[in-house]
Design a protein around this ligand. Structure first.
Ligand SMILES: Cc1cc2nc3c(=O)[nH]c(=O)nc-3n(C[C@H](O)[C@H](O)[C@H](O)COP(=O)(O)OP(=O)(O)OC[C@H]3O[C@@H](n4cnc5c(N)ncnc54)[C@H](O)[C@@H]3O)c2cc1C
Ligand code: FES
Length: 505
């Protein structure tokens, strides 16, 4: 199924599985939160604490989506974002963004402490570095922008990395944690406060009327609510077409023990080499677990196995790692201006969204919960407007943007089709490729028994052409990140229908 990647992240492997019941029949609550990742669970917890009746409705198991497969740095340093924010929105907005992140990090620290959740919360400096002299100037500028935004930031050439850097921005006072330990603890407290969690309950639609909203759940149940929060990463309810402004990015993660004495003493990131992100976690016996994330790519991009090899070679070449203990992969979505979409959907009475965290949902997901809870309590957070999903006044153009996006990717994939085998006979067992058969593009996979599985290569969401991931053995859509098994079943939305099967002639 998944020959190179472990099916589970370290976070999932090191914690107990959950077993909350599915939605059965018709349920009524004040607020329904759709999606049980960090954004959904933190929002639900904030609202329950404020005295509301709240249900979390999760399609699979809570904290097994991107939040269960993250790197879990809790940092206000999001790459070199402050230069961008200052230039795009002005200094006050850059500061508001930094304040939202710092508030979120301190909130996690305070809640973990108050509830006694042992989530391996550790303070750690965060670094963005460059190994190239050409990258130094941009980082000098970023250190200034981050400082101006209120962070404890400084330019340096000194890091704890076991290799020299040309320059780095160091931000002190940041943190890292075990995301599942934190969120499973939070979920238990949420339930103790009277909150309800439903798993294996996929929401398929939302009907709004005078009496509030009704969420339809696959299998026939429903959840009636006054307010709904859509925290499904890619928004499953999206009447204002936010999707056209969300770009998916898939990353690989490796984890390997290192001697505690070889811990680089910080969290590190470089955009170079298609992204390298490094942190460590407690691992017992005088060891730390080195966690390396990288090789960011569009879902469905070719050569995933080469990228995995590159990342493995980088990790073991640069650090004193033992054998790689865990490998996994996950994806996140970035908005067109790099600020998440959090808040009420314009024109919708009581429907809120939290998405587009751009690879930084640990702090942004908690910030989202604080923003939504503040909005609902009539006490908006000072940075709510910056994150507001209605901030684009040109959303009418969204349909056109989406069409363009589809066309661009169609073209792009079309070009690549010519570079891969054109005959099913050229596929070895375990290989897949998009190719032309009888004049039509098909997604063709040869299974381990030598049989061919031929599917339509047209994604059932909006018609982009899927690509094969040769490490996870999945078909992935570059447009909005839907993922399908080699049998065509949907593994991850926004697509809801399987890839159409075709018989082999
Ligand atoms: C490899 C990687 C490393 C990362 N590292 C960091 C990091 O170090 N620091 C950081 O801040 N951020 C990091 N991020 C980003 C961060 O992990 C994400 O932004 C965050 O986890 C997203 O949280 P979420 O709650 O929005 O989504 P998820 O955790 O994916 O939760 C969404 C949930 O919604 C459910 N769902 C979907 N559709 C439906 C439906 N129809 N009905 C009901 N439920 C549904 C899903 O099953 C899922 O459980 C990383 C991301 C990746 C991919
Ligand atoms: S076209 Fe949107 S995910 Fe495939």
């Amino acid at each position: 199924m998944n020959p190179l990647l472990q099916p589970e992240s370290y976070w999932i492997a090191s914690t107990e599985a959950t077993a909350y019941p599915p939605v059965e029949g018709d349920i009524a609550v004040e607020t329904a939160v759709v999606g049980g990742g960090i954004a959904g669970l933190c929002t639900a917890w904030e609202l329950a604490r404020a005295g509301r009746s709240v249900a979390v409705v999760e399609a699979e198991r809570i904290v097994t989506g991107t939040t269960g497969n993250t790197t879990a740095k809790l940092s206000a340093q999001h790459g070199a974002i402050y230069t961008h924010l200052r230039d795009a929105f002005g200094a006050a907005s850059a500061r508001a963004y930094a304040d939202a992140q710092t508030d979120a990090i301190e909130h996690v620290a305070a809640v973990a402490d108050e509830l006694g959740i042992d989530c391996e919360f550790e303070r750690s400096p965060s670094f963005v570095y460059t190994e190239s002299a050409d990258g130094v100037e941009a980082l000098l500028e970023e250190s200034e922008a981050a400082r101006e935004a209120g962070l404890d930031a400084a330019f340096t050439t000194e890091t704890g990395l076991p290799f020299p850097v040309a320059g780095a921005v160091r931000v002190d006072g940041q943190a890292q944690f075990h995301p599942r330990r934190f969120l499973l603890g939070l979920a238990a407290d949420f339930v103790a406060q009277g909150g309800e969690i439903f798993e294996r309950s996929r929401v398929t639609g939302l009907e709004s009327g005078d009496g509030g909203h009704v969420l339809a759940v696959e299998g026939g149940g429903s959840v009636r609510c006054d307010e709904a929060v859509i925290a499904t990463q890619f928004p499953v309810i999206d009447r204002i077409k936010l999707f056209a402004r969300l770009t998916p990015r898939r990353e690989m993660v490796l984890a390997a023990p290192i001697p505690a004495s070889a811990d680089p003493g910080g969290m590190y990131l470089t955009p170079e080499e298609h992204l390298r992100s490094v942190r460590t976690a407690p691992y017992g016996d005088g060891r730390r677990l080195l966690i390396v994330t990288g090789e960011a790519a569009t879902p469905g991009d070719l050569d995933a196995s080469l990228r995995l090899e590159r990342l493995t070679a980088w990790a073991s070449g640069r650090f004193e790692t033992g054998p790689i203990a865990y490998r996994w992969a996950a994806q996140d979505y970035t908005t067109s201006d790099r600020v998440p979409f959090v808040g009420p959907l314009s024109g919708e009475d009581g429907v809120h969204v939290a998405c587009g965290f751009g690879g930084w949902g640990m702090s942004n997901g908690v910030a989202a919960a604080r923003i939504i809870a503040g909005d609902m309590a009539g006490e908006p957070r000072p940075w709510a407007e910056l994150f507001g999903p209605g901030r684009f006044h040109l959303l009418k153009e969204a349909g056109r943007i989406a069409a363009n996006q589809v066309n661009v990717v169609r073209h792009y994939i079309g070009d690549r089709v010519r570079t891969v085998p054109v005959e099913p006979g050229e596929l070895a067992p375990g290989e897949g490729a998009v190719m032309r058969l009888d004049g039509a593009l098909r997604a063709v996979y040869r299974d381990e028994d030598g049989g061919l599985r031929i599917l339509s290569s047209t994604c059932t969401h909006l018609g982009c052409v899927v690509g094969f991931n040769d490490t996870e053995h999945t078909w992935e859509c570059p447009c909005h990140g839907s993922r399908f098994s080699t049998g065509g079943a949907v593994l991850q939305g926004p697509a809801t229908a399987p890839l159409e099967r075709h018989p082999h002639h």
